[in-house]
Design a protein around this ligand. Structure first.
Ligand code: AMO
Length: 438
């Protein structure tokens, strides 16, 4: 025998013109307002809320008993007739003839979903399942979904194929300090910091243009608003192109994400109060040297010297002056990883770039070293042992095309798009220095 459907309609599918139609709606009890002979249930589903109205003598008496016992956030399925009602928030209400309580919520609740009672970020993240029920939190994750769809669409249109590389690895890629060690049977292994080595190895396979969207793990001790210990990274690598060509792919990817969000997330952007301004491409290319000059004009950066990495204070000072997306290019070779290609005629600078938003770094990338000999030299120059990189170096011995690529954190991109104050807002269950659960 077929069971009764628990939901026939979402709130967004019902309009005042459906007056008289029988529907079954389902979701959470957002609010209950008992005015004596008149009771309102505000029912919330994934798209919004709707009003269910119980009037004494107009609905079955036993429904009042059910509602009297009902607690906020309980899960219910309600069947009834749609009635046009100008005073109801959606222009209609539902007059119930059946209320099924599918799961009763305990009280008190760990968080107030209606947002009337505020909570700090830690309390919210501790009760994240409940926090995610909030109308102003859910859109962030719908937009995140669309961001990834947009990236996939765009890269596919540029002939890239999506790959997956191992996350349990034997070596560091981005310098040895920020690794999480794990036990791999009788050996030590690590959680991958970046697909860097694997995406480069792919360039030796003939699968010319690849991208990966996956987790990277950074054992950084930072406890800041823009650092996480587990990040979702968009990684791109392409053969027979220069760093300049992958920079344009990067800026076009960002632009496409904005355009896609404007087209598909109008409601969500409205709920989170964001008026998305389309970034104009090409982004400014600012040489490291000139970026340093801008930073030095500010007192906390005045002692910076050529060869220093641009710290948060410098990023802030430069970002303020530029005021929109920009690239920093022509970095000192010694502060970029061994896999970055130095300029032939000026080896102290290299073909690396960072993509910046005025408030933070969004991505970094480069033209890569593709000569085996130079790569070994560069690994040694950075105080690393080539023996630890055998599997990677092997791929450079038997024909490796020139190649370039970049990596961009999904969370940083989303945070900058939505102007969020803390990167943890962009992750369902963030991992940071203090947080390992939920
Ligand atoms: P990089 O280490 O600069 O480059 O990382 C690339 C991008 O990943 C994001 N990101 C982070 N976001 C939040 N918290 C963190 N702890 C964190 N670490 C990184 C940032 C950053 O710009 N292999 C190179 C990329 C390449 O050259 O292709 C790399 O990993 O958005």
């Amino acid at each position: 025998m077929m069971g009764k459907k628990l939901r026939t309609h979402y709130s967004r599918e019902i309009t005042p013109e459906d007056d008289g139609k029988n529907v079954t709606v389902a979701g959470c009890v957002h609010e209950i307002r008992d005015l004596g002979g008149l009771t309102f249930i505000v029912l919330r589903d994934r798209d919004g809320t709707m009003q269910v109205t119980l009037v004494k003598n107009k609905v079955k008496d036993n429904l009042f008993d059910v509602v009297r016992d009902l607690s906020r956030e309980s899960i219910v399925s309600i069947s009834g007739a749609v009635k046009q009602e100008k005073k109801a928030p959606n222009g209609y209400e539902i007059i119930p003839n059946e209320i099924m309580v599918l799961s009763k919520a305990k009280s008190p609740l760990p968080l107030d979903v209606t947002g009337k009672v505020g909570a700090d970020l830690d309390t919210r993240l501790d009760a994240r399942f409940m926090d995610l029920r909030r109308a102003e939190i859910q859109p962030i994750f719908k937009i995140r979904h669309h961001l990834l769809t947009a990236v996939r669409d765009f890269l596919e249109s540029k002939d890239f194929i999506e790959i997956q590389t191992p996350k349990i690895v034997a070596t560091a890629t981005e310098g040895g300090t920020a690794l999480f060690p794990i036990t791999y049977f009788e050996r030590e292994a690590f959680l991958g910091q970046s697909p860097q080595l694997y995406k480069q190895i792919m360039m030796a396979t003939g699968l010319d243009r690849v991208y990966e969207i996956g987790p990277i793990f950074r054992a950084e001790e930072h406890d800041t608003r823009k650092h996480l210990n587990e990040v979702t990274s968009i990684d791109v690598e392409a053969s027979f192109v220069t760093h300049e060509e992958v920079m344009s792919i990067l800026e076009e990817t960002v632009k496409h994400v904005y355009a896609h969000a404007q087209e598909h997330c109008e409601r969500e952007l409205g709920t989170v109060g964001v008026d998305l301004q389309m970034p104009k491409t090409p982004f400014k290319r600012l040489r490291y040297e000139d970026a340093l000059d801008i930073a030095r004009k500010h007192k906390e950066c005045k002692d910076m010297e050529w060869g220093d990495d641009l710290d948060t204070a410098a990023e802030k000072a430069i970002g303020k002056e530029i005021g929109k997306h920009y690239f920093i290019v022509d970095w000192p070779t010694e502060i970029k990883p061994y896999y970055v290609q130095p300029y032939d005629d000026k080896p102290e600078i290299c073909k690396a770039f960072d993509l910046m938003h005025p408030k933070m770094e969004l991505a970094s990338g480069s033209q890569r070293v593709h000569s085996y000999d130079l790569l070994v030299k560069r690994i040694k120059a950075q105080g690393l042992a080539p023996e630890g990189f055998e599997f990677y170096l092997d791929a450079f011995r038997y024909g490796m095309p020139p190649h370039a690529g970049w990596g961009m954190g999904v969370e940083r991109l989303l945070m900058s798009m939505l102007g969020l104050a803390n990167i943890r807002e962009t992750v369902l269950f963030p991992r940071d220095r203090r947080r390992l659960s939920p």
